[in-house]
Design a protein around this ligand. Structure first.
Ligand code: FES
Length: 281
């Protein structure tokens, strides 16, 4: 049986029943005027598992029951991770808003958002693993597969690309590509275009990275030492001389949070000349 849309309102329909011409003109169909028989027996296209909706990366196994909120008695959660997640949850009116920092915390602990990591976050936040898996799948700084613990993002967006960002990425990949501890990839604008071409090494921004500095930088990444200290954004002098300070902070590779860094007598030389007073008027 075909489906037709009747454009007549009840008043017009009554006129037609009485044999009068319809004000709306001849009856129309918004579907192709095909014989009813041609629609009979046609099968609706089905995807895997009989669904009429295609799956997303085949991630869902519909032969299993959906996972519910994990039972705290059956999911051991490290105390520090639990405390950190609960702290994040306490900062938002809706505790689900803490999903991203909570997953990031689990990722720092496990190295990636593994099924175990997601289960632990779900247990503390009283959410289903499916809810959190959707968040992991959307945000590309949350890793859905195992990766190296050292994270290197090389910006290849417009400003960095114009100043050699693509070459920087290719060279660093050439130097570090076979190191399983390093997760290196190109990234969209990291918001430090004034130091293009730049990279984020475990959260520490460095740039502009010159071609002859790449082997040194690769070695520092490999050994876990401070990357290009004189090229770090956090140590860069600003125009307001009064705002410059040696009490710099940098991202901690352990926690991903900011913490103080003691600068000893080996403090690196700044590459930007110190600001001088201009001529008085
Ligand atoms: S384009 Fe590279 S930081 Fe903005």
């Amino acid at each position: 049986m075909s489906i037709r849309r009747d454009p007549l309102d009840p008043y017009d329909r009554q006129l037609v029943r009485e044999g009068q011409p319809s004000p709306a003109g001849p009856r129309r169909s918004y579907l192709p005027d095909v014989p009813d028989e041609s629609l009979l027996g046609q099968e609706v296209r089905r995807f895997e598992h009989g669904s009429r909706v295609p799956g997303f990366r085949d991630a869902t196994d519909l032969t299993k029951d959906p996972s519910g909120v994990p039972d705290p008695a059956q999911v051991p959660v490290p105390a520090e991770l639990r405390a950190e997640i609960e702290d994040y949850m306490s900062r938002y009116p809706d505790h689900r808003s803490a999903a991203i920092p909570a997953l990031a915390a689990a990722q720092r602990l496990h190295g990636w958002c593994s099924p175990e990591a997601i289960e632990q976050v779900a247990c503390v936040m009283r959410l289903t693993p499916g809810y959190l898996t959707a968040v992991v799948g959307f945000y590309d700084m949350l890793e859905a597969t195992p990766v190296g613990r050292k994270t290197v993002y090389v910006c290849t967006n417009i400003s960095c690309s114009l100043r050699g960002g693509d070459e920087l990425l290719a060279s660093l990949k050439g130097e570090l590509g076979d190191d399983p501890d390093v997760n290196i990839r190109g990234f969209e604008c990291l918001g430090a275009c004034d130091i293009a071409p730049m990279a984020s090494i475990d959260g520490t921004y460095v740039g502009p990275v010159a071609a002859d500095e790449i082997p040194v930088l690769a070695d520092q990444i490999r050994t876990g030492s401070d990357p290009l200290p004189a090229k770090q954004l956090v140590r860069r002098r600003v125009a307001d001389a009064a705002a410059n300070s040696d009490d710099v902070v940098r991202a901690s590779t352990d926690t991903g949070t900011l913490g103080p860094v003691a600068l000893g007598p080996d403090r690196p030389q700044d590459t930007v000349p110190a600001q001088t007073e201009g001529p008085s008027a």
